[in-house]
Unconditional design. Structure first.
Length: 183
């Protein structure tokens, strides 16, 4: 059955089609939620809530993006909402003091060969939340600054600044790790 057919059946409350769509996307969406939420049960809850919302709002899905991308956006927003509700508030930066100059080296995300993927994940998890969310959305989830600004309710300038500062902090953490010091 084609994706569009399944979605159309889901719009008509076909439970079998909903289960099929759920089974197709649940593992991937759990991984996305787990990147934001450390607790497995919180990630599971977010995925369930995201599917409930997706199925209830499916009539709004216009197929401008893939269903997976649309659902992923819901999962990311639900994850951030949960973090906010747990008082892990994002800190808004005062835009008056922000001025970021983009340079070609800003696009380099290179680390030493000795640094493992687990080292990078650990370093990202040790970033302050305001940097961690932007770094994860940009580097791992692949969102651009306009999308990040919409998701986090910050300006594009704040997104760029937080990414730049987060990247610098991440590189510092990874340099410390390489030199034998723990984060």
């Amino acid at each position: 059955m084609f994706q569009a057919d399944i979605i159309e059946q889901c719009k008509q409350n076909n439970r079998k089609a909903q289960l099929q769509l759920y089974n197709q996307y649940c593992d991937g969406m759990y991984i996305v939620a787990k990147r934001f939420l450390k607790d497995a049960s919180d990630a599971e809850d977010v995925v369930q809530e995201a599917f409930i919302k997706a199925f209830s709002k499916l009539h709004q899905y216009q197929a401008e993006v893939t269903f997976g991308a649309w659902l992923k956006r819901i999962v990311v927003n639900k994850s951030i909402d949960l973090l906010k509700s747990k008082k892990q508030q994002l800190v808004e930066l005062d835009e008056v003091h922000l001025k970021v100059v983009e340079t070609p080296q800003d696009d380099k995300w290179l680390v030493e060969d000795a640094i493992t993927l687990n080292d990078v994940k650990q370093a990202i998890s040790n970033l302050p939340d305001k940097y961690q969310y932007v770094v994860m959305l940009y580097l791992i989830e692949g969102y651009d600054h306009q999308e990040i600004s919409e998701i986090l309710s910050i300006s594009e300038v704040a997104s760029r600044t937080q990414l730049s500062r987060g990247k610098a902090k991440l590189q510092d953490l990874l340099t410390l790790k390489q030199n034998g010091t723990r984060y």
